[in-house]
Design a protein around this ligand. Structure first.
Ligand SMILES: Cc1cc2nc3c(=O)[nH]c(=O)nc-3n(C[C@H](O)[C@H](O)[C@H](O)COP(=O)(O)O)c2cc1C
Length: 189
């Protein structure tokens, strides 16, 4: 197959679509982020990339509590809005009709309508050119009851909103099951 070089690009597919929640100026606020992923298995840690000009950034420092809310595909409009408007100017919670609750950490605002909510504490911050990479401990996980199968989180029921980065810039759903991980490759061993 002939290849065409495209220069350095952020061509990672797919990206999770996340709503980052924090108390900013004493009030809960949520911003959309797709620069996010897992950082460590045990203890569970994640990373999010936040541009330092974001209003939300004012609440993030090492030791700070914040949340990562995983929206379902049905929440695409609200997610897009939270990435188009700043909490410095607009009450995004009121506009989106989010019901906010607090968990173990007490200070990380969580969105009831999002099927999965992670309570986090920032452990490391790496300042990159554009984003600051926040590596955080996941302290608690809340899951909507209707997204459980036999008591365990069922990602198919979460129906997470997934982002395709540029040039597509689309929200999509996860697709069909391809096979069983850690099993499919065994016959090539
Ligand atoms: C699809 C999408 C993905 C985004 N991903 C990020 C991201 O990963 N990091 C970031 O800092 N901003 C990201 N943004 C932009 C912020 O969500 C946006 O600037 C927002 O207004 C910030 O809110 P705040 O000012 O209330 O903190 C994204 C926006 C959209 C629409």
């Amino acid at each position: 197959m002939k290849k065409v070089t495209q220069g350095p690009q952020t061509s990672f597919y797919p990206l999770p679509t996340l709503l980052i929640g924090a108390m900013v100026d004493g009030k809960p606020n949520f911003m959309t982020a797709v620069y996010g992923g897992l950082a460590n298995g045990k203890p569970p840690m994640l990373s999010v990339g936040i541009v330092r000009s974001r209003y939300t950034w004012g609440a993030i420092k090492v030791g700070a509590t914040f949340s990562v809310n995983i929206p379902s595909a049905a929440q695409a409009r609200e997610v897009d809005f939270c990435g188009l408007e700043s909490g410095s100017r607009v009450d995004k919670i009121g506009r989106c009709g989010f019901k906010v609750f607090y968990g173990d950490l007490k200070t990380a605002p969580l969105i009831e309508q999002c099927p999965v909510n992670l309570e986090c504490v920032a452990a490391h911050i790496i300042d990159l050119e554009m984003h600051s990479l926040v590596v955080a401990d996941i302290k608690q996980t809340h899951v909507s009851e209707d997204c459980l199968t036999d008591g365990a989180l069922d990602p198919m029921k979460v129906d997470p909103l997934v982002f395709l980065t540029a040039p597509a810039r689309k929200y999509v759903r996860i697709g069909e099951v391809v096979g069983d991980a850690f099993k499919m490759g065994l016959d090539l061993k």
